[in-house]
Design a binder for this molecule. Structure first.
Ligand SMILES: NC(=O)c1ccc[n+]([C@@H]2O[C@H](COP(=O)([O-])OP(=O)(O)OC[C@H]3O[C@@H](n4cnc5c(N)ncnc54)[C@H](OP(=O)(O)O)[C@@H]3O)[C@@H](O)[C@H]2O)c1
Length: 302
């Protein structure tokens, strides 16, 4: 089975390219900057250009069993959520899905899988536990995720097995954690706002392992929450991070200040949260390598 990864030079993409190529899968890395990809990845990884709404450069790669892992999306915390940045968040996601849908439609009838990145932002700001059957929220992020997930629905009619990976905050050496640890190193770490909001998280190694499970098991499809089974609040996360870094975690970032500085992004992405259960991954027999937060942080920050 060939593994085709879009957004390949991003945080999760880099990890997955190496994970699958180390396991001897033929891997195709698609990037807007294929030269950068070539410089990062080992020579046996095929690096091809990605262009929104034009799959010509990689369409031939679908000529046989293939799993496309689509990770494309402008960074949610990449800039203030102005009207134009919100448009970028939406366009980058919907255009990439549309491009992949068109590619699959031109190469139907094979053993094809789409693993589409999604996010637990789907559930909005909720204080109770949620699983894959829970309803969507109504804020900007939740509405965006609903559109993002629905954009590939038509693939089911052409026989593509579709998995929607609703990711929690992915913990790894890069990504969000790297930004989060800076205040702790400066002895100024602490929870965001009240800290009572849920903080769904998953170690990046488990993201890769769960994707491998999806690829290897034909009977798995639909939505899967990609989160660790240990649900924690933002405050508990902050305490665990402080402990592992041997730094205090008592300085809260006040909610009014975050809202003033970051506007809607603070309200919708930092001060809100969810307590998300990986019900379907557990039912599928997935064994987390890092089910506990402290061990996950120790592994990453050792
Ligand atoms: N990391 C998390 O904690 C987390 C949590 C929930 C959901 N997710 C979702 O998972 C996906 C991957 O996350 P990540 O952390 O790896 O993100 P990332 O580091 O920002 O990487 C995303 C990649 O998408 C490509 N991309 C970005 N904007 C694009 C655009 N306008 N047009 C075409 N390609 C574009 C880029 O790849 P190239 O430059 O190589 O083309 C970029 O490196 C994202 O969709 C994200 O929303 C991530």
């Amino acid at each position: 089975m060939k593994i085709i990864i879009t957004g390949a030079t991003g945080f999760i993409g880099r990890y997955l390219v190496l994970f699958f190529s180390e396991r001897k899968f033929p891997v195709v890395a698609l990037s807007r900057n294929p030269q950068k990809a070539k410089n990062i990845f080992p020579p046996h990884v095929t690096c091809l250009p990605w262009k929104n709404m034009d799959a010509a450069s990689w369409l031939d790669e679908l000529d046989g069993p293939a799993a496309v892992i689509n990770l494309i999306g402008e960074n949610i915390a990449g800039a203030l959520w102005t009207r134009s940045y919100k448009q970028k968040l939406r366009d980058s996601r919907l255009n990439s899905v549309e491009t992949i849908v068109q590619a699959f439609q031109q190469a139907p009838g094979r053993d094809h899988i789409l693993i589409q990145a999604s996010a637990v932002g789907y559930y909005g700001n909720v204080h109770h536990k949620v699983d894959e059957t829970s309803p969507a929220g109504s804020d900007f992020l939740a509405r965006l995720v609903v559109e993002w997930e629905n954009a590939s629905k038509t693939l089911e009619a052409v026989g593509v097995r579709r998995v929607l990976a609703r990711l929690g905050v992915v913990l790894g050496r890069e990504g969000a954690l790297r930004k989060m640890i800076l205040p702790y190193k400066l002895f100024a770490g602490g929870p965001l706002g009240s800290g009572k909001q849920g903080f769904p998280w998953i170690h990046i190694a488990d993201v890769a392992r769960a994707m491998l499970l999806m690829i290897e098991h034909d009977e798995l499809y639909g939505v899967f929450n990609f989160v660790a089974p240990q649900t924690v609040t933002q405050k508990e996360f902050s305490r665990a991070l402080g402990k592992v870094l041997h730094r205090p975690a008592w300085l809260p970032a006040p909610a009014p200040l975050l809202k003033l500085l970051l506007g809607e992004m603070a309200r919708s992405a930092l001060l809100s949260g969810q307590f998300v259960e990986p019900k379907k991954l557990l039912a599928a027999g997935f064994r987390f390598q890092f089910p506990e937060l402290k061990k996950a942080l120790e592994d990453i920050l050792k």
